[in-house]
Design a protein around this ligand. Structure first.
Ligand code: HEM
Length: 135
């Protein structure tokens, strides 16, 4: 029998969406993320009101797709979606730490937690490209 996908082991779309929902709300409370630069500050204090539901949807779709679920992420390339937010490697690590806390909160087992975090970390060069000169 084929091994279950990460998506199945996480518990499917409702489990993925619950983690993304909680994680996305927690980021709003972390000053190292909210106050990191003017673009992130504006997003987390003003824009989030109309954009957070869509962002939660797209993040959920991305995780569900990367984890091998029956969905395909068709949003913007992560490099383009994050360019103007100028996310530094330090801010990226802070966001990943918050994701780790959310996975712990939902008692996701160590192996699956590590796989989700590895999938995020693999995007670091693309997501932080906007913080580099000329990025
Ligand atoms: C692997 C890591 C990450 C993934 C998978 C991810 C996923 C996504 C996705 C799917 C979108 C929507 C793209 C679209 O418009 O189609 C997005 C946008 C966004 N991401 Fe990320 N992201 C990551 C890292 C980060 C980090 C480190 C931050 C820092 C706070 C961040 C903040 C944002 C914000 C504020 C938006 C919304 C931009 C807008 O309003 O259009 N993301 N992200």
């Amino acid at each position: 029998m084929a091994e279950k996908s990460l998506y199945e082991r996480l518990g499917g779309i409702f489990a993925v969406a619950a983690v993304v929902d909680s994680f996305s709300d927690q980021l709003l409370k972390n000053p190292k993320i909210v106050d990191a630069n003017p673009a992130l500050k504006e997003w987390h204090t003003v824009k989030f009101r109309e954009r957070m539901p869509g962002l939660k949807f797209l993040r959920t779709l991305w995780v569900a797709s990367v984890a091998g679920g029956p969905f395909q992420y068709t949003g913007e390339e992560l490099r383009d979606a994050h360019r103007d937010l100028r996310i530094t490697p330090e801010v990226f690590d802070e966001v990943v730490a918050e994701l780790g806390k959310a996975l712990d909160h939902f008692k996701v087992p160590q192996r699956e937690k590590e796989e989700v975090l590895a999938a995020f970390n693999a995007q670091k060069p693309d997501v932080t490209a906007g913080s580099k000169v000329g990025g």
